[in-house]
Design a protein around this ligand. Sequence first.
Ligand SMILES: Nc1ncnc2c1ncn2[C@@H]1O[C@H](COP(=O)(O)OP(=O)(O)OP(=O)(O)O)[C@@H](O)[C@H]1O
Ligand SMILES: [Mg+2]
Length: 253
Amino acid sequence: MQNNYNKLINNLDELKLEQFKINIDNYLNFINEGSKSVIDALYELTRLELNNKNERAKIANVKVANFPFIKTFDDYDFDFQPSINKNQIIDFKYLRFLENKENILLIGPPGVGKSHLATSIGIEAATVRQITYFINCHDLVLQLKRAHLENRLEQKLKTYAKYKVLIIDEVGYLPLDIESSNLLFQLITKRYEKNSTIITTNKPLSRWGEIFGDNVIANAILDRLLHHSHVININGRSYRTKDIIDSSDTNKN
Ligand SMILES: Nc1ncnc2c1ncn2[C@@H]1O[C@H](COP(=O)(O)OP(=O)(O)OP(=O)(O)O)[C@@H](O)[C@H]1O
Ligand SMILES: [Mg+2]
């Protein structure tokens, strides 16, 4: 025969109130000792449960964002990349760009940390439940093309338009055909002044015509992206090869 305590524990299980269940014995003891009122105990138990729920939501949001790795600003060695204005980058943590629907363009050669910093900014947004998505430019174009073929382009564009932060990584590594450029143009137009887009690219803006195969489309895309934007040029060494280059330098000496 179960008493009400056992039934309460079963109910907490069934309701999936894990934190409530883990902590209830302590709180019952506090109430019995007279060190906490019933109201305070119930309030604190529900608070613990809510904190846990929020924490899980943060983790889930970061998970669905499709980041290539989990790396934060703390993992970035700003001393290694002196061309970067650290304060300007750290300010993105506060997500003011997102409030103002501004874009961020990270431009630089391979290995300087463009994807790393884009991810770090995205993690900050996802953690405060701003729906964020990271996608490689080539994959994005393939998805849009497929949707176009299957007569569901509008729906797909809407999905991509609604992300609070959309990170399009590696724009410019592979040249795009005219159809792909048009599809990207439509997406950027849909997001323009509504949500923030973060772009990483190895190509200086003056060479974007080469990516899109057409200067008119390249200019139209850039015009929308740059209107409210932060352009970060990183002119430094690759972090990927730093040890190889450092050791070959040492060997020469
Ligand atoms: N300054 C840095 N401090 C710490 N880690 C760094 C730094 N710069 C880059 N990295 C690391 O080096 C690797 C390469 O960086 P990342 O992928 O961001 O380069 P990228 O600029 O996007 O290059 P690519 O154009 O080739 O995609 C990653 O593991 C990243 O975390
Ligand atoms: Mg990259």
